[in-house]
Design a protein around this ligand. Structure first.
Ligand SMILES: [Fe+2]
Length: 292
């Protein structure tokens, strides 16, 4: 079952953040991450940068109504539809204005909505980015993560129902494989496009941009320093995924990660196991970030 999912290759394409004041949050993302805003016909703010795009809509703080994975072709979309039907999943109507209307959406046990589909080709394109520093900085939207109080059911959904490939688990007790605390999944060769951390509540955790290397991480940190946006965690190197990283917070307190060198794993590679007690899974270099 594990290797039969047609959700491969699939890349994280965009997601929606809600905010009580979408324009001011969008302004931060444009200045800090390098996005350009277009207004969509439904009133959503459409932010696009180099390899990254985002929808900001009006709603409650910390809400993330959906995240969307881009498929390669209509044939793959048809295969995913048949696969999900065979898995007995009820598909929702596609909530994303960036994807074709017949794209598919599914809801996980914690209520997070994953969309699988094809990008619309009639969206506004962004202007040339010369002389616009953050817009010109590479940072492809690469992964998105949730915290969950319901990890076991989430693992079953992502591995059995969607048949995502597990890359790494972090265990509370290294001698007990049933004591999973974190799970990382990939939908193409990159170590994870989605992950879930065990926590006291189910909530948004962070999203990440993959940049071109260590020097680009420096440039992003310098750029944030110029905006007086401090580093919140890192720099470091995650054990799981082996990626260099640091994180900042957006004005609503949600975490944003800049990453580089994320590990690539062939589809056939099985999951590995990390001891959650020494913190190495989340940071080989220093302090961890313990979710409560
Ligand atoms: Fe991350």
């Amino acid at each position: 079952m594990l290797h039969e999912s047609p959700i491969w290759p699939a890349q994280l394409d965009h997601f929606r953040i809600d905010a009580p004041d979408p324009s001011s949050l969008a302004e931060f993302y444009c200045k800090a991450i390098g996005y350009e805003i277009s207004l969509l016909e439904n009133g959503d703010l459409f932010l696009q940068g180099q390899g990254r795009r985002l929808i900001i809509g009006k709603g409650e703080t910390h809400k993330r109504p959906y995240h969307a994975f881009r498929l390669q072709s209509r044939q793959q979309l048809d295969e995913v539809r048949s696969f999900l039907q065979a898995q007995g999943i009820n598909c929702l109507e596609n909530p994303s204005p960036l994807f074709e209307r017949d794209s598919l959406a599914v809801v996980d046990p914690d209520g997070w909505v994953s969309v699988f589909g094809l990008s619309r080709s009639d969206l506004p394109s962004r202007k040339a980015s010369n002389n616009r520093p953050p817009l010109s900085m590479p940072g492809r939207l690469q992964h998105i993560v949730v915290a969950t109080s319901n990890l076991e059911e989430m693992i079953a959904f992502y591995e059995k129902t969607l048949a995502f490939s597990p890359s790494d688990y972090v265990l509370k007790d290294i001698n007990d494989k049933a004591s999973k605390h974190v799970a990382f999944w990939r939908t193409d060769e990159e170590h994870h496009s989605f992950a879930a951390f065990g926590a006291s509540s189910s909530r948004h955790d962070h999203h990440a941009y993959e940049t071109s290397g260590w020097m680009a991480i420096r440039d992003w940190a310098d750029h944030f320093a110029n905006l007086n946006v401090p580093i919140w965690w890192g720099p470091g190197r995650h054990g799981a995924g082996n990626n260099l990283f640091f994180m900042i917070e957006d004005p609503l307190g949600d975490k944003i990660e800049i990453s580089a060198e994320i590990e690539k794993l062939d589809r056939s590679v099985g999951p590995r196991w990390w001891d959650g007690n020494d913190g190495k899974a989340v940071n080989l270099w220093g302090a961890g970030w313990a979710r409560d």
